[in-house]
Each structure stands twice: as structure tokens, then as C-alpha cells.
Ligand binder design. Structure first.
Ligand SMILES: [Zn+2]
Length: 297
């Protein structure tokens, strides 16, 4: 009895100490980290989704704008340490808040480029009171084709959209001169599976088509939406894993298995508890199951 009590007290003392440490550290978020990719091209880690920074002839092109106004400001401050040139253009890889909402700190009148469906998703979020795309910072230039080749501030930029993948409004940003691809959350390294927002009309088949397209590009650096820069072989491995898992789920659906049975069969961890921070994502297995059972009905 005594021993148990002593252990409980010891554990309580440790957790009080840890809470104290966490509370003391909480206010100071880690500063963003600016990483070199190639001359005049950087990626910035921290504060939500990764951002890209491309220094052009007269201005700066930014890819994705962080989660909050404070994050957007920190990104602009980091850019000011790289170059005195002004930010003139932002390209958005998709409409999620951790890539878009930091635009609140960006100057008015800049060009904001996005896929047309990205703008529709942001407008829907504003209308529904969901998320907080900053007013006055909606996309000003829309990509409507599968491939648009632009020259911005002397920099060749290709905007690519094979199919709805992570969302219906994905844009992959490819710099052919530098052989760099900004993938958005089509690649998010914290998840082994493909991350697909069904509520934004993403698609597992579209994800596979998109990732095949990205790995066919002449590129040697892939900046994901979250996580470190990757080489092409990592994306290829992820593609083949996702294709194999989707094929297995398809087989099981054809056999009439339930979602719970399929989850168990493919070895999914139990679904994350509701009520956590941020949107709760349907697992890849659930996404594919819902896609296939909908089509079959
Ligand atoms: Zn996202």
C-alpha cells in the first residue's frame, strides 16, 4: 500500500515538474527556419505548412503563407533578412488554413495565384463561418488549366493540376530551371498514407495520378507541405505503397467487407478521438471505402 502511494506521489511530482517546464516554454514558439534549396530559392519551416521563397528580378514570390497573421509577419520578416525586394506574388498550393490564413499580414494589392477551386473553397469557408481566410486576401489570379507556364519576375514557374488530390483546388508549383517542386499537402511527411480531404472533394485516384505526374517531372528537390525536403525516390515509394493499399481496400470492398473489417485487415490504427485541435481527417482507408462504396451504389 505504502509503496504504491509513494509511487503515485513520485509520479505526481514528476508531472507537476513537467507541466511547469511546458508552461515556462509555451509562450516562446520556435522561430521559423529558413533553408536554402538552390540560388535564390528557399523553403521556410515552422508555423504550419511549409512555405517557399523565390527571389526574382525585382520582387519576391512566396508559396503558401503560414497559419496566422503573426506567422505571416514572421515569414515576411525572414524574407526581409534575405532580400530588400518586396513580396509581389503569393502562390497557394491549396485552401487549408495553415497555408492561407497568414496572408492577413501580407500587403494589400499583391498578386495571389491559386487554382479556381481553391478560391471556391475559401469562399465556401467564409460563407459557412469556417476557418478564417483573411478578408481582402482572396486569390486575384486563377489557374484553370492543367498546366500554366508563367514567367514571374524573370522566374519560370509551372502551375500544375492533374486532378483533385488532397483537395479539389491543388496546385503543384514546379520550377523547371531549378528542378524544384513544391507539392503542397499532396505530400505531408507526418502521414504514411495519402492525406485527402473528402469534404473539399479530394480524391485517392486523383492523388495517385498527381503523384505519378510529380515524379515524372525533371526535379531533384520536392518540398512537401509538411516535413523535410525529399528526393524523388521517397515520393515513388510513397506512391507504390498508396497504390498497393488502395488496391487491397478495393479487393476487400468487392468482397463486401465492412469498413471496420477493412481497417483491421489493412492494419490501420484506431481512428483519432474527436475533439482534438484542427480538422479531424478521415483515414485513407475510410476515404477509399467511401469513394468505392459510393460509386458502386
Ligand atoms: Zn492541407
Amino acid at each position: 500500500m505504502h509503496k504504491v502511494l509513494a509511487r503515485v506521489w513520485a509520479a505526481a511530482a514528476v508531472s507537476v515538474a513537467l507541466v511547469g517546464v511546458a508552461a515556462a516554454q509555451a509562450p516562446a514558439a520556435a522561430p521559423f527556419k529558413v533553408h536554402d534549396l538552390k540560388p535564390n530559392v528557399y523553403w521556410v519551416e515552422g508555423g504550419g505548412g511549409n512555405s517557399g521563397v523565390i527571389v526574382g528580378d525585382k520582387g519576391v514570390i512566396v508559396i503558401d503563407a503560414k497559419t496566422t497573421a503573426a506567422g505571416g509577419k514572421e515569414l515576411l520578416d525572414d524574407i526581409a533578412k534575405i532580400t530588400p525586394k518586396p513580396v509581389t506574388t503569393v502562390i497557394l498550393t491549396h485552401s487549408d488554413g495553415d497555408h492561407v490564413n497568414g496572408l492577413a499580414a501580407f500587403p494589400a494589392g499583391i498578386t495571389i495565384i491559386a487554382h479556381e477551386n481553391n478560391k471556391k473553397e475559401q469562399e465556401a469557408a467564409i460563407a459557412a463561418g469556417r476557418g478564417a481566410p483573411p478578408p481582402g486576401h482572396l486569390p486575384t489570379q486563377l489557374a484553370t488549366k492543367n498546366k500554366e507556364s508563367l514567367k514571374i519576375d524573370g522566374v519560370k514557374v509551372e502551375l500544375l493540376h492533374w486532378a483533385p488530390a488532397h483537395t479539389s483546388g491543388d496546385l503543384v508549383v514546379y520550377l523547371p530551371g531549378q528542378k524544384i517542386v513544391f507539392t503542397g499537402d499532396i505530400i505531408a511527411m507526418q502521414f504514411a498514407d495519402a492525406l485527402i480531404h473528402l469534404e473539399k472533394n479530394g480524391s485517392s485516384e486523383g492523388w495517385i495520378a498527381t503523384t505519378k505526374g510529380m515524379t515524372a517531372l525533371n526535379a531533384d528537390q520536392f518540398v512537401p507541405g509538411h516535413g523535410d525536403v525529399q528526393k524523388k525516390d521517397v515520393l515513388k515509394k510513397k506512391l507504390s505503397d498508396v497504390e498497393a493499399k488502395r488496391a487491397k481496400i478495393k479487393d476487400l470492398v468487392a468482397q463486401g467487407k465492412s469498413l471496420a473489417e477493412i481497417r483491421a485487415a489493412v492494419g490501420d490504427p484506431p481512428p483519432a478521438p474527436a475533439g482534438g485541435r484542427g480538422p479531424s481527417f478521415a483515414s485513407f482507408t475510410e476515404v477509399v471505402y467511401r469513394e468505392l462504396t459510393k460509386k458502386g451504389s
